[in-house]
Design a protein around this ligand. Structure first.
Ligand code: GDP
Ligand code: MG
Length: 441
């Protein structure tokens, strides 16, 4: 993808503006890249459509290179699609004994993941965990879990030969309650492909255990198939989350995107190897980079972001040096200060601004005060913000009242705006943008 996109984007860069055609051309390549990464066709199509809408809309307002812009939009959209709401690594296991049901096809990594997750719950969350294997089909499947349990120091339900999965689930439930376990995990059997018998069995187990979490374990290297699997399990069993295994392999992880798009269920963990601690919380940005298939894309995105910021700063600087520094500008600076936990980007670039920042600090400019000042500015009309000189006594009273503050607070704000405006003007006069330009280097 890197090379192919590179070519398209180079062409775009030379044209300077992002037309609908440009976006479409670039996105054709993105679509191919997604398919190569094993994203399913309908999902790739849908994704590209969403990006197309955003890309063509954003084109007019931003002046970074069009190629960078498309890349950034694709990347952002990918992360947004991959990330669900809430914390990916969290599980609802607050009421003991909380059942976790592990489902999936055979060989997907259920048993391994059961043990990895048990270890994580034990070590990180200090939970007392019981594991039970319900896999009566595959020879030695139950012993496999028992061995892993011993290895990680987690209890397993004693094996009783000849029991069916539902009976084992019931016994696990009883044992978990009696033994004071926080969590009990049910590792079910899988089939090579989805069949009715498997689903009926898992359904029966689900009805007995009433799991708090039902995690679908899927091989992250399988593409299209993973989507069918996820869809089927979700429809019949109702999953609460997905664990993607074998993400240590060199697959591109397109299954992640497909599964998110199709089921809407969060991806919670990824398996990164056969070892017991090779389980990590799912991180959307890492997988996004992987699906796009290039490390440099992230660098490109970051560069695009910087370019945007610098251009915005330059535009503002030009205005400031003409003595135009109004309440909108001040508000932006205040918002940046909150966001960055310190001086605004603009202030950092200006010599002499350090002193003012210190004054602000000394005056106890913490977040609360910054927010109050923003509230004051928000209470002004558009005209007043653009031209603070309009603010006479009656307007001041109205604004102070509107934001629940005193006129004296507003006066302080006005003084700050005047000081900053003066300072900018002075710096602007020192040669054609001399000092400001210096400061920007
Ligand atoms: P199950 O049939 O779904 O229970 O699958 P298993 O847990 O028995 O795993 C099947 C094989 O995949 C085993 O050899 C595991 O060691 C391996 N495996 C599971 N998870 C991962 C992973 O994240 N990465 C790698 N490389 N191998 C894994
Ligand atoms: Mg197994």
């Amino acid at each position: 993808l890197s090379e192919r996109l590179g070519g398209v984007f180079d062409r775009l860069t030379k044209q300077g503006a992002l037309s609908e055609d440009d976006v479409r051309t670039a996105l054709r390549e993105v679509r191919v890249a997604l398919l190569e990464a094993d994203v399913s066709l309908p999902v790739a199509r849908q994704f590209v459509k969403a990006v197309e809408k955003k890309a063509t809309g954003a084109a007019v307002t931003r002046s970074i290179t069009p190629g960078q812009q498309v890349v950034k939009i694709v990347h952002d959209e990918l992360i947004a699609t991959l990330a669900g709401e809430g914390d990916p690594g969290s599980l609802r296991i607050d009421t003991p004994p909380a059942p976790i049901l592990m489902v999936g096809l055979q060989g997907g990594g259920k048993t391994t993941t059961t043990a990895k997750l048990a270890k994580r719950l034990k070590e990180r969350d200090k939970k007392k965990v019981l594991m039970a294997s319900l896999d009566v089909n595959r020879p030695a499947a139950m012993e496999q879990l028992e061995i892993l349990g011993r290895q990680i120091g987690v209890d397993t339900l004693p094996i009783v030969k000849g029991e069916d999965p539902v009976a084992i689930a019931k016994r696990a439930k009883t044992q978990a309650a009696l033994g004071g376990y926080d969590v009990y995990m049910l590792d079910t059997a899988g089939r090579l492909s989805i069949d009715d018998e498997l689903m009926a069995q898992v359904e029966a187990v689900r009805d007995v255990a009433n799991p708090r979490e039902t995690l679908l374990v899927v091989d992250g290297l399988t593409g299209q198939d993973a989507v069918h699997t996820a869809e089927n399990f979700d429809t019949r069993i109702g999953i609460t989350g997905v664990v993607l295994t074998r993400m240590d392999g060199d697959g591109r992880g397109g299954a992640a995107l497909s599964m998110r798009a199709v089921t809407g269920k969060p991806i919670k963990f990824v398996g990164l190897g056969e070892k017991m601690d090779a389980l990590e919380t799912f991180e959307p940005d890492r997988v996004a980079g992987r699906i796009l298939g290039m490390g440099d894309i992230v660098a490109l995105v970051e560069k695009a972001q910087q370019t945007l910021e610098v251009e915005q700063a330059e535009r503002m600087m030009r205005r400031f040096s003409k003595g135009q520094f109004n309440m909108n500008d001040l508000r932006m600076q205040l918002e940046q200060m909150i966001k960055m936990g310190g001086m605004g980007a603009m202030l950092q670039m200006m010599p002499g601004a350090a002193k003012m920042a210190k004054q602000m600090d000394d005056a106890g400019m913490d977040d609360k005060i910054l927010r109050q000042q923003i509230a004051l500015i928000n209470s002004m009309t558009k005209k007043e913000r653009a031209n603070p000189a309009l603010l006479q006594a009656s307007r001041k009273k109205r604004i102070a009242k509107g934001s629940g503050m005193d006129v004296s607070d507003l006066n302080k704000l006005l003084k700050m705006q005047r000081q900053m405006s003066d300072m900018m003007k002075k710096m602007g006069k020192m040669g054609k943008g001399g000092m400001l330009k210096q400061a920007m280097k």
